[in-house]
Every structure is written in C-alpha cells, then in structure tokens.
Design a protein around this ligand. Structure first.
Ligand code: ADP
Ligand code: BMX
Ligand code: ZN
Length: 290
C-alpha cells in the first residue's frame, strides 16, 4: 500500500509517496509558514500534498509538537511562528480524502532509526537538533510515546538555570541553547540576525564567534546525552536534524561526551536515513510495524 508521508518541522514541510519497499518517490518540500493562525499551515499543506495524494491509500504525518489524538499542541509555539494548536489528522483527511495517522516527528524518526540498527540493540535514543531539539526513546524494543504524547521531549530538560528563556515557558532548556533557533538567537554583532546554517558556514570560514556558538550547542547536547544515558541506559544515541547532521557537529558532541565520566559514555551515530527519518518512521508506524 502506498503511503503519503508528511514531515512537518519548524523550518520545512516535506512529503513523499512511500511504498511497502520503503523507497521514497516524488519527494517534495516547502518552507513552514510562520503564522499564528492555522490557515497558513493548512494552505501550505494543501499545496504540498495535492500533486501526490491521488496515488496514495493513506496519509501518515510526522509533526513537530505534542501529538495527541491527531491534534498538534505546541510545547514551544515560537518554533511555529506562535501557532499553539492545529487539527492535523482532521485537516489532512479533509484535504486528501484518505485515512490519517499522526505521531510526533522525533518519535517517528526514532522508530525508523531503531530499525536501521542491529538486532542486538533494544534500547536506543534519537535526538534531532533542528529548529528545536526533539527526541524519542525506544526501551526494550518499544517506542515510548507517553499517555499524552509528551515522551521523549528531552529538548525541554534543564541545561542551564541561568540560560535563555525557552518558548515552552521554562528557563534554560537544552532547546533554548542547542537548537538552530537557539544558536541563531545567541548570535551578536556581525552575526546577529543570521540563521544557524549561515553560522555554520561562518564557522567553516574560521569565524571565532560562530565556532563558539556551535561548540556551546554541541557541549549542551553532550550533557543531555549523559543525562539520557543515566536515565535509560541506552546502547546507542542517534543524532539527526540539519544542525545535528551538519559537518563536524557530531564529532564535537563526541569530544564533549568524552569529557564526562565513562559511566555516561554511549556510542553515538548520525541518522542512517539522514533527513528522511521522519518520513520513513511514520510510514513504518502507519504500516502497522511495531
Ligand atoms: P525542521 O526543523 O523543519 O525539521 P531542519 O532539520 O532542516 O528542519 O532544521 C532547521 C534548522 O537547521 C534551522 O535552524 C536551519 O538554520 C538549520 N540548518 C539548515 N541547514 C543547515 C546546514 N547545512 N548546516 C547547519 N544548520 C543548518
Ligand atoms: C520542539 C517541539 C517538539 C519537536 C522538536 C523538534 C513544538 C512545536 N515542537 O521541542 O515537539 O519534536 O521541537 O522539532 O513544540 P523540529 O521542528 O526541530 O523538527
Ligand atoms: Zn523548553
């Protein structure tokens, strides 16, 4: 059965047709509209999926936000231009006329990445460093989603009590420091107003401030990984998202993790499915794979 898979992130929307063979066909991308009202997101989704929907039998949505009973509730509305909530499944079922399913983007990506690991790994954690910092946990082979969809939202654990205020309402969350938006928000002077992609390019060109912003993000992520190891005793942590997959970032995170006591060390790897982990994970979940 062909699935119309959709990945809704804070920066980009992606959609593709994916068959039982898990091959991605006709992948499309659009920028995520930054608007407080749901209409802009609805219009963008319609534009994204209309060319694909005729060939699909179901629609499967991996989305940023807490996803519960088919609805999106932002934990950090700033990542979506202030949008607080959105009826995901209802909207996409109406647009496409197909039956729908929705799961958090990082939880979905976790499921795909778990399947890419060897069979002897039963406990793993996936972290996306992207517009925000999202995550997912597989414990003894089971994907944790929580009773209300919140499980794995480790971007909102405390990194620095004196750190920046996070859009979720807490102060000093990992996300407020380490995410693409967090990196960009801390930029000053010549780099003020630049996005994370530009800051990485500046770091590659030798800019000192850009390098230190990226190092601060990577160090914050390494501290989170040590906490995650203490909580889950996972055998692997997989890193995804455009910041997480950016050249040199994972190497830095590994270096910072080695500065922690050995009990907190865990093998780190880059997402096998790169930027498509969310699309593939939600397809696996929609196919009933558990
Ligand atoms: P989404 O959050 O929509 O899933 P991404 O995973 O692409 O999207 O993450 C978006 C964030 O990654 C933005 O902050 C953007 O500036 C940053 N980014 C995009 N491309 C790169 C890159 N090549 N290197 C570093 N950062 C990047
Ligand atoms: C935020 C939160 C998570 C999401 C994570 C990564 C919102 C809108 N999103 O912590 O649900 O998994 O960002 O999202 O509150 P991304 O857009 O960076 O992929
Ligand atoms: Zn937060």
């Amino acid at each position: 059965m062909t699935t119309l898979a959709i990945d809704i992130g804070g920066t980009k929307l992606a959609a593709a047709l994916i068959g039982h063979d898990l091959q991605i066909r006709e992948r499309r991308e659009l920028p995520t509209p930054a608007s407080k009202t749901p209409d802009a997101l609805q219009d963008a989704l319609k534009k994204l999926v209309t060319p694909l929907q005729k060939k699909a039998r179901q629609v499967a949505i991996a989305s940023t936000g807490i996803i519960h009973e088919g609805n999106l509730q932002a934990i950090n509305p700033q990542n979506l231009g202030g949008l607080l909530s959105f009826p995901l499944v209802q909207t996409l079922e109406t647009i496409t006329g197909l039956p729908g399913l929705a799961v958090n983007d990082a939880q979905a990506a976790t499921w795909a990445e778990y399947h890419a690991l060897s069979d002897n790994i039963r406990d793993m954690v996936f972290i996306t460093v992207s517009t925000g910092v999202g995550g997912g946990v597989v414990s003894n082979g089971i994907l944790l989603t929580g009773s209300g969809g919140l499980a794995g939202h480790m971007g909102h654990t405390l990194a620095d009590p004196h750190g920046p205020v996070c859009g979720c309402g807490r102060t000093g969350c990992v996300e407020a420091i380490a995410s693409g938006r967090g990196i960009a928000a801390a930029a000053q002077g010549r780099l003020a107003g630049s996005d994370a992609r530009t800051i990485f390019a500046q770091a590659a060109a030798g800019d000192g401030q850009a390098l230190s912003l990226i190092r601060h993000s990577a160090q914050t992520l390494a501290h989170l990984i040590a906490d995650v190891k203490a909580i889950t005793d996972c055998q692997r942590v997989v890193i995804g998202g455009s910041v997480g997959l950016a050249t040199g970032y994972l190497t830095l995170v590994k270096q910072f993790l080695l500065q922690e006591p050995p009990v907190y060390h865990v093998e780190l790897s880059a997402a096998h499915y790169r930027h498509d982990a969310g699309l593939l994970g939600i397809t696996l979940l929609a196919q009933g794979d558990k």
